[in-house]
Design a protein around this ligand. Structure first.
Ligand SMILES: [Zn+2]
Length: 210
């Protein structure tokens, strides 16, 4: 199995990413938002051991498959404490769009505040990027950045949901993401991938920065 596998899940086509360690069968899953059975199948058929379930933020289309995935395969579950309120009782329209949603379990507290975790000998670094939600977190793995709903190809995440803050979101992108090298691949929570350099040069929401 390659280092990175992408599965688009649910009615909102959330990008669920499976990250494989470079030197072991350990893996981490980012944003299992729906269709957990498909994710379980992918992990199992590749012979991987699920170590971590990492959510970029608490919206239901990113957390809806966590409970079943963890029941089936274990693994420590990360969601920023600031987002736990957003991860339960999603609005009806979202439930209808997702299908098969299950309330996520309580996040594992062992991650603490400023985690970097090991996947085999590979590190996954957590980058706090509040704005889309207060607890939005990006993950850096093997020079790839997973940006959830903070930064998309050609766009940024909505900030008009409860807890959203547009000014904070732009500051997070400017101060935490655009400092990464231009060639850094960007893997967002929805839609196609990009690079930091491409977003810096062409993303209309970032045009006024710098
Ligand atoms: Zn979201």
């Amino acid at each position: 199995m390659p280092l990175l596998t992408t599965i688009a899940v649910g009615g909102l086509q959330t990008n669920c990413y499976i990250l494989k360690s470079v030197d072991s069968n350990d893996c981490a899953v980012i944003d299992p938002g729906a269709e957990p059975a498909r994710i379980v199948d992918a992990v199992r058929s590749a012979g991987l051991d699920l170590r971590y379930v990492l959510c970029t933020h608490g919206h239901a289309d990113h957390t809806g498959g966590v409970a079943v995935l963890q029941q089936e395969m274990g693994g420590s579950y990360y969601l920023a404490a600031a987002d736990t309120d957003y991860s339960k009782n999603p609005p009806g329209w979202l439930l209808d769009a997702l299908g098969g949603y299950t309330d996520p379990p309580e996040p594992d507290l062992s991650f603490g505040n400023s985690p970097a975790i090991q996947l085999g000998s590979t590190e996954i670094t957590f980058i706090q990027t509040p704005g889309h939600t207060p607890g939005s977190t990006c993950f850096l793995f093997e020079s790839m950045v997973f940006t959830g709903d903070t930064l998309f190809k050609g766009s940024i995440g909505r900030y008009d949901f409860p807890g959203g803050d547009g000014r904070q979101e732009i500051e997070s992108i400017r101060d935490k993401l655009l400092i990464l090298p231009d060639e850094t691949p960007v893997f967002p929570g929805h839609g196609p991938s990009s690079t930091i350099g491409e977003e810096r040069a062409t993303n209309p929401y970032l045009a006024s920065l710098e």
